[in-house]
Design a protein around this ligand. Sequence first.
Ligand code: SF4
Ligand code: SF4
Length: 424
Amino acid sequence: MADYRQMWTDLGMDLEKHDLLCEVLPEVYTNIYLEQENRPEGMEYFNFVVSEIHGVRPAELIEHQKKGGKVFGTFCIFVPDEVVFAAGGIATGLCGGSQFWVPEGEKVLPANTCPLIKASVGARLGRTCPFFRIADIYIGETTCDGKKKAWEILSQDVPVYVMDLPQMKRVKDIAAWEDEIKLFMQKVEEVTGNKVTSEGLAESIRLINEKRKALARLYNSRKNSPVPISGKDVLLATQIAFYDDPARFTAQTNALCDELEARVAKGEGVFPVNAPRIMITGTPMAIPNWKLHHLIETSGAAVVVEEMCTGTRYFDNLVDESQATLEGQIRALAERYMKINCACFTPNPGRIDDILRLAKEYKVDGIIDANLKFCGLYSTESYNVQNALKEAGIPVMHLETDYSEQDAEQLRTRIEAFVEMLGK
Ligand code: SF4
Ligand code: SF4
C-alpha cells in the first residue's frame, strides 16, 4: 500500500493500533483469496481495492470534501443512496466486519450485542478506520434494538441522523417510508447545501440501478455448472459495492461478467461439476468477514448464492425509472426499498418465498442458514425458515457465529458433515 500515514494522522486516527490491523490483513487475504485456483482475471481490480482499502477510496472521499462535497456513512440497505448522490453527496457503507474492532465496541456496549454493531461502534470510537473518520454524518435506521441504542452512543461522537423504518408492509407502511424518504431528502439537502431536482434524482436512480444490474449479472453467472467464480470472490465484490464509486464499480463488475460468461460458454469453472451447491441465508457479512464462505469452499462445496444483504437483497428489484416528478420518484424509491425482506419485518413471508425461489434458480443442493451471534431477529426467524425448507425437501443447517476464529474448527466439522451428506 502507498504511504497514507499523513492522511490517517490528519483524520485523527490511532496510528499505532491501526498498524496492527494493517499488519494482519495482507496475510489473511493471501490465505483466503490469493491462493484460490483459476481465479478470474477480473478479480485483479478487487484485489487492488483490498490492498489499498484504507488508502485509495478514503483519499477520493477527502478530495470530494475538499471541493465542498459531503460524505454520508450508512449501515443498512434500506437507506436510499440515490438521494445522497442526487444532492452531490457520496454515500458509503460503514458496517464493521472485523473482530479487530469488537473489543473497542464492547467498552461501551453489552457483550451480548451482535458483532456487526460492536465492530461498527468500535471502529469509530477506537479511531482505526478512515471511513468512519471521514463521514460527515452517519445515517442510522430503526431496524433492530441493538442498532437503535448504538446510534445514541455514536451520536455523542459524530452527527447521526436516524430513519424510522416501518416494521410491517401494509399500504400505510409504504406511505410512511415514502414520507421518511422525503424527510431524509430534506436532511441531505441541509447537509450538502444542494437541492435535489427530479433531473438529478433520475440520474442517480439510473446510476444505482446500473450497479444493481451489474450485480444481478454477476450472480446470474453462478447459476451455471460448473460455477465460473467462487462464492468468496462474489462476496468480496458485493462487499466492495457498498463503498466503491458506483460507476467505476459497475464498469469493473461488467468487465468481470464478460469474462465469466466466456468461461460459461467454454464450460470452465472453479469447482468440479459435482461439488455440492450451497446457498447461505441470514445476516449480512461486512468486509472483511469471509469466514463462512472460506470454510464452506475449503470443505468441498461451492457457495452459489447468498440470500442476505451482502447478496441478493442488495440488488434485487430496480427502482422504476419512468417517473418524471420528484413526488413520483420518491414513491418509486419507497416501493422498491420496501420490497427488501429483512427479518425486522413482521410477518416476513417474502424472505421465505425468496429463499425457495433462489434455491430453484441457482439449483442449490443445500442451504446454510447463518446468523451472527446475538442477532435476535434472524436467529428467531430461523425456526420458520428451517420449517419451510424441510417442507420443501431442501437440506438445511443452521449456524450461529461471530467474527472470531475461536469456533472455526467446530464449524468446519459441522460444515464438512453437511457437505458429505449432500455428496453427489
Ligand atoms: S439485515 Fe436488515 S437491518 Fe441489516 S442491513 Fe439488511 S436490511 Fe438492514
Ligand atoms: S445482524 Fe441482526 S442484530 Fe446485528 S445489526 Fe443486523 S439485524 Fe441487528
